[in-house]
Design a protein around this ligand. Structure first.
Ligand code: AHR
Length: 653
């Protein structure tokens, strides 16, 4: 395939296309939506537990299907202690299980937790341990805590004496790490004799995003913040739908106290036989409150996607009968109240109790994820009426299926346009060639119809769901070429997001992904740098950029778009050279008296189409900014290196 693409490039090179380009700086067109470039978060690839959610203990409340998964017993001799899994489902249906640990001899007895492929611990940082306990027998029981490396080296120790009592209480203690270790484990030794009930065993780094206790991994949020995203789509993705309806994402189970959030199996746990992840669950420690807060922190509009009474159509395809949609619709209405409602109301009150009395200013919502067929239209109609009747200003995002063409797409695209949907959510997981060939996709879309959300897209180097897909430069370059077409059509396309967002290098199910991480490190892929450069340079309005009167969409292997940044009074050109040779187009800027003779080119390039980034070389493909100078006038000729994405900013006043 790579060879094919190269040939296509060579053919283009051979033809004698003129490289004279014209920008009409005096013809401002469509405004670029502030939500134009955003992010799509789904809990796939250990994106939440084991990823963005900084909890280090796996299966902290013993609610995994196998209650002791992730835990191991240790004793000097067998019989020094024992563990019993108890269920108090009647009393606490959201968090029914806890364990009773009994220590009966002088020998050592304890439990260890393996974390999510280990625990990432950093030298000189503080780690906050907490645990819910209740004394069962005896009062002298204490805990000795140790963070231990793979070779048995102790990285941190602390002692905790639970206050002891008949009711549940939370105890805390901090550990200071003496070494850095990506694969530590937590040991919890029982000191004294007796038995103690234990639940919600937790360990968080002190250093989280904004230093919030029980918060998010700071390095991962920083990568998101650096993208300056216009929106965050959350929580998916197929995870919204569930493999069946009982496994769907229900936002109400993700808010309130963490110990009351009911854990469920993550639908990606068993999705792919070639990437089974049996220890993948959703604790919902990163739930809807944390999501809204994250969006607010990084200046992004929230875009929640809700289940519309349909389970994943690639799996069970269960559908709720139309006359039983009431609870699903109520969930959507209540979510708007949770985000925006007064604190005197039930859901606004909960938001306030969680620490955010001010509204989150939710303006849009997705009804269903990647649905298709007539049932979706039926559900769409019922949901739209119910939501718009009560909240006419909320804009709704609707699915047009899993593909950008074909029968499923055509049916929904035609039907939802006739029904005057607000925003259509198109998905494309296609090979790089598709992106190059479709950069003009929106040039002929109806300008007065629904707006477009390119809600999930990523070039696939091999094939969709192939574990061999790579985040290589060829894919990123083709996405950049395509994105110039999204920007040029900003009157129609108002949002776009690459998918999926995150992947743990040892816990992933789906590739390619925008950001990869292990327990301590993280890096943006070449695709990340493409997203970032477009988002950071979106400008305010589109202006025409043409070659021989036609939009620049791949002639001679060159793709481009142009905007004006009203704040900085700059012309912003995006130029993507998809060929293996340098280009030196001559660009005439019309509508300005004289250009200042100096501009900046921030470019991303790689030495080959197969180049990727990695944990060890995180910025092998990333952007670099250089000044370019030229003779004053209104023509300039930037050099566009082979296989490069260029953002040229030039003052025009
Ligand atoms: O991004 C991975 C999956 O691809 C999403 O969950 C789904 O919407 C699409 O099929």
């Amino acid at each position: 395939m790579k060879r094919l693409l190269l040939c296509a490039f060579c053919l283009c090179q051979a033809s004698a296309f003129s490289q004279d380009l014209t920008v009409r700086a005096d013809r401002p067109g469509a405004a670029i939506s502030p939500t134009m470039w955003g992010i799509f978060f789904e809990d796939i690839n250990m994106a939440a537990d084991g990823g963005l959610y900084a909890e280090l203990v796996k299966n902290r409340s013993f609610e995994f299907n196998a209650p002791l998964m992730g835990w191991k017993e240790h004793s000097t001799t067998p019989g020094d202690g024992s563990i019993l899994v108890l269920n108090r489902g009647e009393e606490n249906p959201a968090n029914p299980r806890y364990v009773r640990i009994s220590h009966i001899t002088d020998g050592a007895y304890g439990l260890s937790n393996e974390g999510f492929r280990g625990m990432g611990i950093k030298k000189d940082e503080q780690y906050h341990f907490s645990i819910w306990t209740r004394m069962h027998r005896g009062t002298g029981i204490g805990l000795r805590l140790e963070l231990v490396g793979p070779d048995g080296q102790k990285i941190a120790t602390a002692r905790l004496k639970p206050a002891g009592g008949e009711g549940w209480q939370k105890d805390t203690v901090s550990l200071a790490a003496g070494a850095t270790e990506p694969k530590a484990q937590l040991y919890m030794w029982i000191e004294g004799q007796g038995s103690i009930d234990v639940d919600m065993v937790s360990l968080f780094p002190h250093h989280t995003w904004k230093e919030r206790p029980g918060g998010l991994r700071a390095d991962l949020v920083q990568l998101l913040a650096d993208m300056k995203p216009g929106f965050i789509r959350f929580p998916g993705g197929c995870i919204v739908e569930g493999r069946d309806l009982s496994n769907r994402y229900q936002w109400k189970n993700t808010v309130g106290k963490v110990e009351d959030r009911k854990l469920i199996i993550n639908r990606w746990n068993t999705e792919f036989a070639h990437r089974l992840t049996p220890d993948y669950f959703q604790s919902f420690g990163l739930g809807f409150f944390e999501y809204f807060q994250l969006a607010e922190d990084i200046g992004a509009e929230p875009l929640p996607i809700l289940n519309c009474g349909m389970a994943c159509q690639f799996n069970t395809a269960e559908v709720v009968a139309a006359d039983e949609l009431g609870p699903y619709i109520q969930d959507a209405l209540d979510l708007i109240e949770f985000a925006n409602g007064p604190v005197s109301g039930k859901w606004g009150g909960l938001r306030a109790a969680m620490g955010h009395p001010e509204p989150f200013h939710l303006k849009m919502m997705g009804v269903g994820n990647e649905q298709w067929g007539p049932q979706y239209v039926e559900h769409y109609t019922i949901f739209t009426k119910a939501i718009k009747d009560k909240y006419p200003d909320i804009r709704l995002v609707n699915s047009v299926g899993p593909n950008p063409d074909g029968d499923l797409f055509n049916f929904l695209n035609d039907t939802l346009r006739k029904l005057h949907a607000d925003i259509l959510d198109e998905h494309y997981y296609r090979q790089p060639e598709w992106f190059l060939q479709n950069a003009g996709r929106y040039d002929h879309y109806d300008r007065s119809g629904p707006k477009i959300f390119a809600g999930e897209y990523a070039a696939q180097s091999k094939a969709v769901v192939s574990p061999q897909n790579k985040n290589d430069w060829q894919c990123a370059l083709s996405e950049a070429a395509y994105m110039t077409g999204l920007e040029r059509n900003a009157d129609v396309v108002q949002m776009a997001s690459y998918a999926p967002l995150f992947a743990h290098v040892e816990g992933w199910q789906w590739t390619p992904d925008l950001i990869w991480f292990d327990n301590l490190r993280s890096y943006g892929t070449p695709n990340y740098y493409v997203q970032k450069i477009f988002s950071a340079n979106k400008g305010s309005v589109v202006v025409p950029l043409s070659r021989a009167g036609a939009p620049l969409e791949g002639q001679n292997g060159l793709y481009g778009s142009a905007t004006l940044d009203n704040k900085t009074e700059e012309l912003v050109l995006k130029l993507v050279n998809t060929t293996d040779r340098p280009m030196n187009p001559s660009i005439r800027v019309e509508g300005v008296k004289k250009l200042p003779g100096r501009a900046y080119n921030e470019s991303i390039k790689a030495t080959g189409l197969d180049k990727t980034n990695s944990l060890d070389d995180p910025k092998a493909v990333s952007s670099k900014k250089e000044a370019i100078s030229f003779r004053k006038g209104n023509v300039f000729s930037p050099v566009l290196l082979p296989y490069s994405v260029n953002v040229v900013r030039i003052m025009i006043h």
